[in-house]
Design a protein around this ligand. Structure first.
Ligand code: TYD
Ligand code: MG
Length: 458
């Protein structure tokens, strides 16, 4: 009988230890070590099999094999991948439960009529997959569905089927016979992913793994997976809204600054080629508390609407709440307004919301946040044809942002007539001059107040 070997594995970062430890020395988490048994003596081959007599070669002698990328049939996805799926590559598609990972993968599988796709579903029965595919694409259903969670069986099937694309939904449901711990544990996830990677590299078939994300945003089963796969895509968005953002987090074959926006419809996901148009909803209604920001995520400029509500606090402690924006940053901006521009917001409730349920990390939306708060405080609507793009510093200075030209052009394309940016975005005496849009430059928060509401106060 094979010798039983058992190890303790940190469920957070995958560090192994021969004995149980209370606190992981690698990631610092408490109580994450779980005993996992490995029945066979480990004889895992390396990730990429190397022949015994491999010798080093100068780069110029290495031939590039024909890298014809597989078109996924979804434009946004192709763009994020850098032009399609590379043969033999492994892509991890991560996201919270219910965000639409299975929908995206199935939609792609159904759209590929020239390629033979094997869709392994460990989470849903074949019947459920069928129901879903009827909603998405009832006309083309040549894709093969396999309801299996045992790794060895899946690999057996791929030998017979010889697919041109393998989708595994999800990596956390797979288990291998060679490891005794339960499906979803670090050892199982790692072993199964490594076996699938070997399959991808030896057969040249691209593999898409679907993975769940834990609450703190890391892919469960966790960092180990991110290291071994070639591409990590993250699907994010708010379940209560229709819009979903697909982001490249790691890409060995392209850039990670690409991002795609999708809308969840009754019949699957639809690409959103021009996000600005849908993210701006009430442009002409003259409501107070709304400001538009020319933001950039990755390489894509788009205009988003910031909504704010400032009201007198009904209870002792004023509330500050932000959706899609960092609450700490909101508090900082409120403090700047209080200290530098003399607004008494300490007794006010402040609510902030980014339209569409999307989350923005771009610091360039600071100025629009401040403008929205001021607009709500004065109950004075900012014209719908004005937008903002600048960061705000602690001393109330308006700081420059990256790629201001691109932002201005996007704003102009969407019919904006005035954009307010930082004075420091101008190089020397050179004016920011764009036809069709007025570029206003300011250096301090006070100047923003004057620019927006100056005439009213006089
Ligand atoms: P799903 O792909 O199952 O999420 P995940 O695999 O990431 O857990 O999608 C979940 C949601 O998408 C579900 O709540 C229903 C919704 N949905 C639609 O709105 N339209 C559709 O056409 C489909 C297939 C799903
Ligand atoms: Mg799913």
């Amino acid at each position: 009988m094979a010798k039983q070997k058992s190890i303790y594995v940190c469920q957070n970062c995958g560090t192994e230890s021969v004995k149980w430890i209370g606190r992981c020395p690698a990631c610092g988490e408490w109580n994450t070590y779980v005993e996992e048994r490995i029945s066979k003596e480990s004889n895992r081959p390396g990730l990429v099999e190397v022949s015994r007599n491999a010798a080093p070669k100068p780069l110029k002698e290495i031939e590039i094999t024909n890298e014809r990328r597989l078109d996924t049939g979804i434009g946004e996805l192709n763009r994020i991948l850098g032009g399609g799926l590379v043969p033999g590559s492994m892509v991890l598609l991560g996201g919270e439960p219910g965000i639409g990972k299975s929908t995206l993968a199935l939609q792609m599988a159904l759209g590929l009529n020239s390629a033979k796709v094997l869709y392994v579903s460990g989470e849903e029965s074949a019947h459920q997959v069928k129901l879903r595919s009827d909603r998405i694409n009832p006309t083309n259903q040549d894709c093969l569905i396999l309801n299996e969670t045992l790794l060895e069986n899946i690999l057996n099937q791929t030998d017979g089927v010889k697919p041109s694309l393998l989708v595994v939904d999800s990596i956390q449901t797979l288990y291998s016979e060679s490891i005794e711990s339960s499906a979803g544990s670090v050892s199982q996830v790692r072993e199964c992913a490594a076996a699938l990677l070997r399959y991808a590299k030896t057969s040249g078939v691209p593999v898409i793994l679907i993975g769940h994300i834990t609450k703190d945003g890391s892919i469960a089963g966790p960092k180990v997976l991110e290291h071994i796969v070639d591409v990590v895509l993250q699907f994010e968005g708010d379940n209560n809204y229709l819009y979903r953002i697909l982001r490249g987090v790691k890409n060995r074959f392209g850039s990670t600054s690409e991002l795609g926006i999708f809308e969840m419809r009754g019949n699957g996901l639809a690409e959103v080629p021009n996000p600005s148009e849908i993210l701006l909803s009430h442009r002409d209604e003259g409501l107070s508390g709304i400001a538009i920001s020319a933001s950039i995520d990755g390489v894509r400029p788009f205009l988003i609407e910031i909504q704010s509500l400032v009201s007198t606090a009904a209870y002792g402690t004023p509330q500050r709440s932000a959706t899609g924006y960092d609450t700490r940053r909101l508090n900082m901006l409120l403090a700047v307004l209080e200290k530098r521009a003399g607004f008494k917001l300490a007794t006010k409730d402040v609510f902030l919301n980014i339209a569409g349920g999307i989350k923005v990390n771009d610091p360039a939306i600071d100025l629009a946040v401040i403008a929205a708060i001021l607009s709500s405080t004065f109950d004075y609507a900012i014209p719908g044809s004005t937008c903002f793009a600048a960061e705000v510093g602690l001393s109330g200075e308006i700081r420059p942002v990256t790629r201001v030209d691109q932002r201005i052009q996007e704003a102009r394309k969407l019919g904006m007539e005035r954009i307010i940016v930082s004075r420091y975005n101008q190089k020397g005496n050179e004016k920011l001059d764009f036809p069709g849009i007025k570029v206003v430059t300011i250096g301090k928060v006070e100047e923003l107040v004057r620019e927006l509401f100056g005439k009213k106060e006089e």
